[in-house]
Design a protein around this ligand. Structure first.
Ligand SMILES: [Zn+2]
Length: 90
């Protein structure tokens, strides 16, 4: 069972959270002049790493805050919890 440490509420069951995606992906800076291939890459293509992965999560059934953490995708072990950052999210 995956337990996730919310920076505001403490450790809770995964069922209280919503996965927000890969936290390493950066939105292109100039979207008015971006090429279609670069926009497609940003919107649709993600890595699927086996191992360490930095992710966005929202405590959707709790405090509703977004935060990032680093999780091992093979073992579900939470390796590093990021500091709370109100207003941030994907
Ligand atoms: Zn929380």
């Amino acid at each position: 069972m995956l337990r996730i440490p919310c920076p505001y509420c403490g450790e809770r069951d995964r069922t209280e959270f919503t996965y927000g995606g890969d936290a390493r992906v950066q939105r292109p800076a100039d979207t008015d002049h971006i090429r279609d291939k670069a926009w497609d890459d940003y919107l649709y293509f993600r890595d699927n790493p086996a191992g360490e992965h930095r992710e966005y999560w929202q405590h959707s059934l709790g405090c509703r805050q977004w935060f990032t953490l680093v999780r091992n995708t093979v073992t579900n072990e939470v390796l590093k919890e990021a500091a709370a950052n109100p207003g941030s999210g994907p």
